[in-house]
Write a protein that binds this ligand. Structure first.
Ligand code: CU
Length: 149
């Protein structure tokens, strides 16, 4: 009798997660998703992150086909530019107070936008002047309500 034993090799990927930073700075995580199970498709979850200067926001490709990059018309003056690659994690460092508009390039016309708000909303006027594309308009109205909270 031959006993067949299938060995499953479990490979644990250990990530060295010790980011150098002050003890008070936080890392926020935003998922890039195809659906949230509540009738919303192509989204950042959460859509709005309330952070503080010095924090980081990590955008994680929970589903494929997404990226995270800056909305140039909704970006704090002097803040570093930000553009994540498709299907890749991208980490935004909050170096200035203000409102950071984020979009997924492929799904921007479907309304895949988000925002990070940190400290004083120095560029609040951009919330009024920014004109999103296509059906991003509806999402942007929701976004504004969440930014105001
Ligand atoms: Cu997307």
């Amino acid at each position: 009798m031959i006993l067949r034993t299938s060995l499953v090799a479990a490979v644990a990927l250990m990530t060295a997660g010790s980011f150098a930073g002050s003890a008070s700075s936080e890392e926020h995580v935003v998922k890039m998703m195809n659906a949230n199970g509540k009738g919303k498709f192509m989204l950042f979850e959460p859509e709005v992150v309330h952070a503080k200067v010095g924090d980081t926001v990590k955008f994680v490709p929970t589903n494929k086909g997404h990226n995270a990059e800056m909305i140039p018309d909704l970006w704090p003056e002097g803040a570093a530019e930000f553009k994540g690659d498709l299907n890749q994690e991208a980490v935004l460092t909050i170096d200035k107070p203000g409102i950071y508009g984020i979009k997924c390039l492929p799904h921007y016309p479907m309304g895949m936008i988000g925002a990070v708000v940190a400290g004083d909303q120095t560029n609040k006027a951009q919330l009024e002047s920014y004109k999103p594309a296509g059906s991003a308009t509806k999402r942007f109205e929701e976004l504004k309500a969440k930014i105001a909270q």
